[in-house]
Write a protein that binds this ligand. Structure first.
Ligand code: FE
Length: 354
């Protein structure tokens, strides 16, 4: 099984990537709109085909990336019928199975935080994705949307706590940086929902949380009821070149694109002079600005003209794109694979030896 736990620092949301290694079919649980580029890059770098995005519920603290991922990768959107959302490909009912390759998740209805909350349980019951129904030593709040503490108590105790004790619990959020827990652990140590705690105690606890509403709520809930479809569908990605975005957070262009667009960009070669004039040669028109001098010499570059950074392998020049981005340059990309790939694909150079 391919398994990754991804984090959105803005909303403290966990997104989970699961994939069947044989067929490469993948599922993303609770993707975040602002992280779609990152998540799509990871799916592509791992050679996966995103079959589904699943929502554990209609979130109040972030907008889902489901709609945008469907646009980008052709994934299908699934969430519970009881969520009241529109625009999904499938509206799940309790115990429905969501297949990906040879594996599947089963949707359990675990309402209480909202009406439409679902917990997704892996086929072998080794993992459960509980959304905000059960958090690590906590649980989701029950004081807005269709929250109901009594319902949440019964969902957790009857549906989640009936899973095997060693079933890993992967929550929708954590605000302290904790990552996973297990059913057995929460049965013993959850301060609100442990088996030793009665329903009345839980109701009292939940009535007195005294939390402010999430800042994003007025935007997030209506957007999530449409599966994250934005009001205006403007392109969010820069389009000055045939850009790809890496999971490492770098915009890149391929050698063939640079070759066709040599005259429209500033080429910044961040290697040392000995390399620039060495056997690999350099791209015609490239400006030599070794990485160590880039910050001091940044004034030599024009802001309006796009920049492509180059080095031997594409590592130092990736760092250069980040430095230029911080300095306010908006159109910056790394030459993927650097001079090594440029030469391997037989593009022309100034200087150098064959
Ligand atoms: Fe929530």
């Amino acid at each position: 099984m391919v398994f990754r736990q991804l984090f959105d620092p803005q909303s403290s949301t966990y997104t989970y990537l699961l994939a069947d290694p044989a067929s490469r079919a993948a599922v993303l649980i609770d993707p975040v709109f602002e992280q779609v580029r990152r998540d799509a890059a990871l799916v592509e770098e791992l050679g996966l085909k995103l079959a589904w995005t699943l929502e554990t519920h209609v979130h109040a603290d972030h907008v889902t990336g489901a709609w945008l991922l469907r646009e980008k990768l052709g994934s299908r959107i699934a969430l519970s019928k009881a969520s009241g959302a529109e625009g999904a490909d499938i509206f799940l009912t309790p115990h429905q199975k969501i297949p990906f390759g040879k594996r599947h998740l089963e949707a359990l209805a675990t309402p209480g935080h909202t009406n439409g909350c679902m917990t997704y349980v892996l086929d072998d019951k080794s993992m459960a994705f509980t959304g905000d129904a059960l958090l690590i030593r906590g649980c989701g709040r029950t004081d807005f949307q269709q929250g109901d503490a009594r319902t949440l108590f019964r969902s957790v105790r009857s549906r989640i706590f009936s899973l095997p004790d060693d079933c890993l619990v992967c929550p929708g959020h954590d605000y302290r940086g904790l990552t996973q827990t297990s059913v057995g652990e929460e049965k013993r140590f959850n301060p609100r929902l442990a088996e030793s705690i009665g329903e009345g105690d839980f109701l009292g606890y939940m009535q007195h949380l005294g939390l402010a509403h999430p800042k994003q709520m007025a935007i997030a809930v209506p957007a999530n009821l449409k599966c994250g479809r934005p009001e205006k569908t403007t392109s969010l990605d820069p389009d000055w070149a045939a850009l790809t975005y890496t999971f490492a957070g770098i915009w890149e262009v391929q050698p063939h694109w640079l070759e066709e667009n040599l005259r429209t960009v500033q080429i910044v070669d961040v290697r040392e002079p000995g390399e620039f004039n060495g056997p690999l040669g350099h791209v015609a028109g490239a400006k030599l600005m070794p990485l160590g001098s880039l910050t001091d010499r940044i004034g030599e570059l024009e802001k309006a003209t796009p920049i492509v950074t180059v080095c031997r392998s594409g590592a130092r020049s990736a760092q250069a794109t980040l430095m230029l981005g911080k300095a306010g340059f908006e159109k910056v990309a790394n030459l993927s694979g650097g001079m090594l790939r440029w030469r391997a694909q037989r593009f022309p150079v100034d200087g150098g030896v064959d």
